[in-house]
Design a protein around this ligand. Structure first.
Ligand code: PCA
Length: 324
């Protein structure tokens, strides 16, 4: 009798052990809300990973900065506190110039140019992330960046004195160059910053304008189409290596699908987002040639600075982009 019980217990432990090791659970924090197209895409990615892995890899998505705030997500993935995460690459511009490239104004405007820039940037991005113990799963562009402001902006001089919300070192630098006052605020706190008057303007996409109900506070969107920053989904390398090969394949396949779907969704929804802003009383303004010129000159200056910082790798990225 004693023996039988032990055997049964042993078998149960074995079965339990097998089940436990066959299913892996990951956390994936993002700083953006469920309404955001990146998160919509991520939600489908998580479902695809589940089905392609036959239920062996379960990813829990934590949206709206509920698990980690935007600037903390990268470090959480690096330390494996979260096995995967979504980051805005240009948030990490101070760590390495490769993270800044897609945040530079007027280097690549429009989806096609931005996708080319991504192809030129990708090998360097992967190398940098690998040196930090992480793997790039996929990256998707935000819609083109324009300026939200109540003030009439005919030239960059008119931007002086604006209380300017920055989301990255580059957007803070733009404020400095035009004489605005930069305040760094991530999207999750943006509505509150507008409601309390901490900021009265910012540069971002129609997507963020919609997510944060910017139309309740700001009445104009200057459609400058200055650049398309990207969000990237990254994974901790140790966590990835610990997966069974079939689960690794499932993850990679779902990532490739999400990247393709995400770029399309970004472009399609950009039109929709701008319509929603208009429906809610916002004017979509075509920038004057003077404003475009002024911003273009700022872009040129920032690219020159970037090339100095980024050295040979930077030049190689720009050359690869321009050759395509
Ligand atoms: N929205 C994000 C980053 C770029 C964008 O379009 C934000 O404003 O925080």
């Amino acid at each position: 009798m004693y023996k039988r019980v032990t055997l049964l217990a042993g078998a149960a432990a074995l079965a339990f052990g097998t089940a436990a090791s066959a299913q892996t659970k990951w956390d994936l924090p993002t700083a953006y809300p469920a309404s955001n197209f990146h998160v919509e895409n991520l939600t489908n990615f998580v479902k695809d990973v589940d089905s392609l892995s036959g239920g062996k890899l379960k990813i829990t998505l934590h949206n709206n900065a509920s698990l980690y705030k935007a600037p903390e997500i990268k470090r959480a993935v690096q330390g494996n506190q979260a096995q995967a995460g979504e980051i805005l690459l240009s948030n990490f511009a101070n760590e390495d110039p490769v993270y800044e490239l897609d945040g530079l104004p007027f280097l690549a405007s429009g989806y096609q140019a931005s996708y080319k820039l991504y192809q030129a940037q990708k090998p360097y991005l992967e190398k940098k992330l690998a040196s930090q113990g992480m793997i790039l799963l996929y990256a998707v562009a935000w819609p083109p960046q324009g300026i939200f402001a109540n003030k009439e902006l005919r030239q960059i001089k008119d931007m002086a004195g604006l209380k300017w919300r920055a989301y990255s070192p580059v957007t803070a630098k733009i404020a400095e160059l035009v004489g605005a006052q930069p305040v760094t605020v991530q999207q999750a706190e943006l509505s509150q910053a507008m409601a309390t008057g901490v900021i009265d303007s910012y540069m971002s996409s129609g997507s963020t304008g919609y997510d944060t109900k910017t139309f309740e506070y700001i009445k104009k969107f200057y459609d400058t189409q200055a650049w398309l920053p990207k969000n990237a989904i990254i994974v901790n390398k140790r966590a990835f290596d610990a997966l069974e090969p079939a689960a690794q394949e499932a993850l990679k396949k779902a990532a490739a699908q999400a990247e393709e779907r995400g770029w399309k969704l970004s472009e399609e929804k950009n039109k929709w987002y701008l319509e929603q802003l208009q429906k809610n009383g916002m004017e979509i303004v075509k920038p004057t040639p003077e404003l475009r010129e002024g911003l273009g000159a700022i872009g040129k200056r920032m690219l020159d600075d970037w090339l100095k910082k980024a050295g040979a790798d930077g030049q190689a990225m720009i050359d690869a982009y321009r050759k395509q």
